[in-house]
Design a protein around this ligand. Sequence first.
Ligand SMILES: [Zn+2]
Length: 98
Amino acid sequence: MMYIHYCRHCQHIHILNGHKLYCPRCCGHLTELKTPYIKYVNMDRDARKALCARCKDPEQLLLLTASPKKTYDYAKWLQLSMSNVENYHPGNYTAYSH
Ligand SMILES: [Zn+2]
């Protein structure tokens, strides 16, 4: 999977394979953007430039950053709702034990 990363040090957007922490160009700390790869590759030159310009603004960058905490909470929520489903249908499991 490819992910969009922004490097504040060389002010450049890098498309990298996997979740990378360090810039391949200057070894600076990268910020992973929540913009999906497929969306980015379909952007035209102006849209990419605009995205890059937004990344230069720390406040905008915060809005564009993929939040690992959110993903974790979502996974937890998903797990929780899945265990609820199991509890609601105990009949399905007894059927399999025969
Ligand atoms: Zn860099």
